[in-house]
Design a protein. Structure first.
Length: 226
């Protein structure tokens, strides 16, 4: 029995993950704007894929970009050929990386503005302010008086670094201020400081983890050279 649905409910990445994690053998057909992509799974691995003139990993990567359309999943159907031998996780992660690069290239805004926009999508985050280590505003979202906040950020940053130095704790990576109604967390990345306003009910650890991951992707740490 075939399972039919819309991509707005289950994205292509989710469909691939579900089939591979459950180690299924099946055929996934995706229809969007008159085009058809087909991905075959054998025992939880992607064995064959075809989309337009592309086959194998290239076809999967192209299919990951499809966000609107319908899918049809039929279990027990195997391909007549194999065009992929790479682990499914490797194929998907590389496809996501390529998609991110394409979107970043298409977006001509400064990387700092894109980072702030991405951080504001984290559940529980109110405003976001990105400054240099001396408090100069680079980008912000949801703030009416960023100048006042940026000055406070620079002050707290300097005090945090000084306290860490006095206690010989190493480089300060983050500071958090918890009040009755809200929380403010400051993350330090390269020459930037990022401050986020959080609802008091939000999980500080979860948001810090997600925000830090975003900063690492966009602002990779420089490796010292000899």
């Amino acid at each position: 029995m075939a399972i039919i649905g819309e991509l707005k409910d289950f994205g292509v990445v989710t469909l691939i993950q579900l089939n591979c994690i459950e180690r299924k053998s099946a055929r996934l057909t995706i229809n969007s704007q008159g085009k058809e992509a087909v991905i075959f799974f054998e025992n939880g691995e992607i064995s064959h894929a075809q989309y337009a003139e592309h086959t194998g990993t290239k076809a999967v990567h192209q299919a990951l970009a499809i966000s609107d359309g319908y899918f049809r999943l039929e279990e027990g159907i195997l391909p007549h050929t194999r065009t992929n031998k790479l682990p499914w996780m490797q194929v998907v992660m590389e496809g996501i990386r390529l998609l991110d690069e394409q979107r970043a290239h298409a977006d001509k805004r400064p990387i700092e503005e894109r980072v702030v926009e991405e951080l504001t999508t984290i559940k529980g985050v109110g405003w976001v302010l990105l400054t240099t280590s001396d408090g100069s505003i680079v980008a912000h979202s949801g703030l009416q008086t960023p100048e006042r906040i940026s000055a406070l950020m620079a002050f707290f940053c300097a005090k945090g670094q000084a306290i860490g130095g006095k206690l010989k704790l190493g480089r300060t990576q983050q500071l958090a201020l918890t009040c009755s109604d809200n929380q403010v967390v400051m993350l330090f990345r390269e020459s930037y400081i990022v401050a986020l306003l959080l609802d008091s009910r939000s999980s500080l650890e979860t948001i810090i983890e997600e925000a830090t991951g975003t900063l690492r992707r966009h602002f990779p740490e420089r490796v010292p050279t000899a």
